[in-house]
Ligand binder design. Structure first.
Ligand SMILES: [Zn+2]
Length: 132
């Protein structure tokens, strides 16, 4: 019953990023929720989120919640009661041939990522843009 509550709570409100990381680090591949199997392996680039501490490299927003949606797990920061997705940014955009490798990825909140868009931009330049 405790486990059921845990799963329900996860779907509704998420679990902490620390809990997610410990599940993943234990090597858990999936977990059944409401008769559906949720695959952790779909989780994108765990090592990048861990390396960056789930912190937006630009504005410093920190993702604290891992929430299941569909088949994927998303990481969210909570700011003024709003859930802001923490995403991965391609330093050299995919459209310009940037690879999806850890070296070319950095943690960025959705807001900063949208501002950066398809450009190649240093973090300093991007910070200036968002504080204007
Ligand atoms: Zn940001």
């Amino acid at each position: 019953m405790k486990y059921q509550n845990f799963l329900l709570d996860w779907v509704m409100h998420g679990i902490s990023v620390e809990e997610l990381f410990s599940l993943l680090n234990e090597g858990k591949q999936s977990t059944p929720i409401n008769g559906r199997e949720y695959l952790f392996k779909n989780f994108p680039r765990l090592e990048v989120f861990q390396r960056d501490g789930c912190r937006c490299i630009c504005c410093g927003l920190v993702g604290t919640k891992a929430i299941l949606g569909g088949q994927a797990i998303g990481i969210y920061a909570i700011k003024n009661g709003k859930y802001i997705p923490i995403t991965l940014d391609h330093i050299i955009p995919r459209s310009r041939g940037g690879p999806t490798s850890s070296e070319n990825l950095q943690t960025m909140c959705k807001i900063c990522n949208l501002i950066k868009g398809d450009r190649i931009m240093t973090v300093e330049k991007l910070r200036k843009k968002i504080t204007r």
